[in-house]
Design a protein. Structure first.
Length: 270
């Protein structure tokens, strides 16, 4: 038997396997496309973040196609056991080399799934504070009030303490105003309430709180607490501080400040 006969025999032997593998590959490829579309629709209905939705869709698509190719190779008669072992070893080595990156990846998935914050929120975490510019798979980008860009890895961000100042629709604004001991308490309270009641951004429910909180060394200290919408927090804080100072001046209410008396003793020579 010459080599041509051998090739013909091999072709006849492998032709059914090859045809079956090609058919399985074609059908499987189409089914993976349909499955990817169904997964994307399901994630869309679940209100999953767009970044995570695209990433999970791509990851599932690649994984399914890799499994399909291995299955097709097995149908032809190619030994895939050693191939799978090599892939597993390579995956383990890559995982160990990218341990920190995988931690950030897992943190990004958790953030995108559970949504402790979203783009546009003002947060404080990992010793940094700013408005969330974007949430990516490995990092989160913050924009500080003075327009600096901060990039925080998602691993520590997902596992550490985090304060989201934009999560709730309302926030409480706290003030402390000190007045002199000679000033009338009831009159001072009335002046403060008059300023608060003129600002439509300050909520009437809960009602503003104006109380004497402490008696300091040189002042009677009023604690003032009001509620406002979260986006109005700083405008209300700054405006109210200025308006109360002007109202105190108009009502002749003193704001004491620390004073020190220095005695100068002059020694004369005898």
């Amino acid at each position: 038997m010459n080599w041509i006969d051998i090739l013909q025999a091999q072709a006849i032997s492998y032709a059914p396997k090859l045809l079956s593998a090609l058919i399985a590959l074609f059908i499987g490829w189409k089914l993976i496309g349909v499955a990817s579309q169904l997964l994307e629709k399901m994630l869309t209905r679940s209100n999953v973040e767009a970044t995570l939705k695209h990433f999970l869709g791509s990851l599932a698509n690649v994984a399914l196609k890799a499994l399909l190719l291995i299955s097709a190779a097995s149908m032809i008669g190619i030994e895939t056991t050693s191939f799978i072992a090599i892939l597993g070893a390579a995956g383990l080595a890559i995982g160990l080399a990218l341990q920190g990156s995988l931690s950030n990846f897992a943190g990004g998935v958790l953030i995108l799934m559970f949504k402790p914050f979203k783009a546009g929120d003002y947060i404080e975490a990992q010793g940094q504070a700013g408005t969330v510019e974007g949430i990516q798979i490995f990092t989160t980008r913050l924009r500080t009030p003075d327009n600096k860009l901060i990039v925080i890895p998602n691993g520590p961000l997902a596992n550490g303490n985090l304060t989201n100042y934009s999560a709730m629709p309302t926030r409480r604004v706290d003030f402390v105003f000190g007045v002199g001991y000679d000033d009338d308490i009831d009159h001072t309270r009335a002046v403060i309430l008059s300023v608060l009641n003129q600002d439509c951004r300050i909520h009437s429910d809960p009602a503003p709180l104006v109380v004497v909180a402490s008696l300091g060394e040189s002042s009677v200290n009023f604690t003032v607490r009001v509620w406002t919408n979260s986006e109005d927090y700083w405008p209300v804080f700054f405006d109210t501080t200025e308006k109360v100072k002007k109202a105190f001046d108009a009502a002749k209410i003193s704001i004491p400040y620390p004073q020190r008396t220095v005695h100068h003793i002059q020694h004369t020579e005898k």
